[in-house]
Write a protein of this length. Structure first.
Length: 62
C-alpha cells in the first residue's frame, strides 16, 4: 500500500496526527487529511515536506 503517515511539527518535534493517509486537500481554512478508514482532520497548517518514498507528510502550523 502507498498510504502515508501525517505529522505536525510541535516545538521542533514531529507529532503523529493520522496514519494511513490517502487524501491531502488544501482548503481555505487549512489542510484536510483523510485516511482509508474515513477518519479525517482539518489542520490550520501548511505542508512542510512530503516524501512519497518514505510515505511521510510533515505539516507546519500556520
Amino acid at each position: 500500500m502507498c498510504e502515508s503517515k501525517a505529522y505536525l511539527l510541535e516545538s521542533g518535534q514531529e507529532k503523529l496526527v493520522l496514519e494511513s493517509v490517502d487524501l491531502l486537500e488544501d482548503k481555505p481554512e487549512g489542510i484536510r487529511i483523510v485516511n482509508l478508514f474515513g477518519e479525517e482532520r482539518l489542520l490550520r497548517a501548511r505542508v512542510k515536506t512530503l516524501s512519497l518514498v518514505d510515505h511521510k507528510i510533515v505539516l507546519e502550523p500556520l
